[in-house]
Every structure is written in C-alpha cells, then in structure tokens.
Design a protein around this ligand. Structure first.
Ligand SMILES: [Zn+2]
Length: 253
C-alpha cells in the first residue's frame, strides 16, 4: 500500500496524514491508431502520476494522488466508434465537486495532471479560482514537459512514436505488433494560420486521419519509451515537490 495513492490507502492512515497537495490525473478513452489500447492516455498519465508521486514522497512531499478520470474531451471525434466524449462543462462540474472536497478538508494546493490533448483546463481553473480564492489550482500537460526530438525520430501527437514507445514500455501486452499499425498520416488544414497555430479550430478527426493516428509509430521501441518515461517522471516529481513546499500566499519573486 502506498500512502500517497488514495485508491490504495485507508482511513486509518489518511485521517491524521498531513497533505499539502492533491494530484488528479486526467486522461481520455479513445482510439489510438489501430495498435494501441483505448486507455493509452489513462495508462500513461496514471503511471506517471504514481511514479512521480513516489519520488516526490521520498523527498518529503506531502502529497495524495486521486484516481484517474478516464474520459476526456473528444468533441471532434464523435463519429469514431466508442470514443467517449466528456464535455468541458462536465469537466467543470467534476472539478468543482473535487475542489469543494479539498477545500473543506484544508488541502489548498491542487494539480490537475493532464494526459490528453483535447482537455484544456485553463479557463476552468480561472472560473474555479474566483469561486475558491483560498485554493491554488494548476494544470500540467505532461507531454509538454520534454522535447520530443531528444527522444524520438518522428513526432505527430496521437498514437505516434512517443505514445507507442511509452505503451510498449508500460503495458507491452496491450500493443499489437507494429506491422499491424496504420501509418498515422495526418492531413493539414488548407488555411495557413491554422497550421502555424496562431489561429485555432477544432479538427474533424476522421477527415484528418484514416487510422485515427497522427504520427508514424514505426520507429517506436520500449527502450525509447523507458528513457522518455524516466525523464517525464523526474520533471513531474520536481513540480510536485515544489508545489508541496510552496507558500501559496508568497508565490512570486
Ligand atoms: Zn493519446
């Protein structure tokens, strides 16, 4: 039993435990090319949260990891079979209820650890910040904590070389052989600004890619996944330690 994992711990342990920081991993349930499991984002974000919390705990962080929320925003993918969409408004309602509990129990620091590109918690955090001014709420997209080119030959962002390597390392039994994967070819917008990312529109996923993947997974290996996983765990663990120690009334220098 790990005392920093809420799903594993018990009332005997938790009732007197000092907790500075709560961490909520958030994923998605969606198709990942032909070869990766629907829970790809959940598996990665949960393992990262657990390993990072363990290392933060060993450095004295007072931390608790909540169970992963398995559904994310998939509004652009509703024609892809059994992609389970959770609307941003539902996410706000869930976060409101979680923050209400944390606030009542005087756990005033809260990190949403995000593992899915369709989830965007910034505006929700702004709104909850108005309602719960005593809380410090932040979000972190773990997949932005490292430079893709330092670990992988190809990018893409969805069921690509990185995600395939990670699942090959973390849950090898759940990956089909790479010769059964699609090519992960993603189309670009015809409008330049949308590709340059200074203008934004949601992509209609099934018009962008035929196998649901974006990014060539063919060069993936578990060794690459392990190297990247360890780097991400180090980064997220440091963030957890800093948040646990932070004085939320004195955050700027
Ligand atoms: Zn993913």
């Amino acid at each position: 039993m790990k005392p920093f994992i809420l799903a594993e711990t018990n009332w005997k342990t938790i009732k007197d435990q000092t907790i500075e920081l709560a961490v909520l991993p958030w994923g998605a349930t969606e198709a990942h090319n032909l070869h990766l499991p629907f829970a790809t984002d959940n598996i990665m974000v949960e393992k990262i949260a657990e390993e990072a919390a363990e290392s933060a705990w060993d450095k004295g962080a007072k931390i608790i990891v909540l169970p992963v929320i398995p559904f994310g925003v998939n509004t652009g993918q509703m024609d892809i079979r059994l992609n389970i969409n959770m609307n941003p408004g539902t996410q706000l309602a869930i976060l409101n209820d979680v923050v209400d509990v944390l606030c009542r129990h005087k756990i005033h620091k809260f990190l949403i650890l995000n593992g899915h590109g369709g989830n965007d918690f910034k505006q929700i955090i702004r709104e909850l910040g108005l309602k719960y001014p005593e809380m410090f709420i932040c979000s972190c997209n773990w997949y932005q904590s490292f430079v893709n080119e330092e670990f992988f030959e190809k990018g893409g962002g969805h069921a690509d070389e990185m995600e395939t390597s990670m699942i090959q390392y973390l849950s090898p039994d759940l990956v089909l052989p790479l010769n059964e994967a699609g090519k992960g070819e993603g189309k670009k917008f015809r409008i330049k600004a949308l590709n340059e990312k200074w203008a934004w529109a949601e992509r209609k996923w099934s018009q962008v890619t035929i196998d649901t993947g974006i990014g060539d997974p063919s060069k993936a290996t578990p060794e690459k996944g392990e190297r990247c996983f360890n780097e991400v765990v180090k980064k997220i663990s440091n963030l957890m330690v800093e948040l646990s120690r932070a004085d939320i009334n004195n955050m700027y220098e």
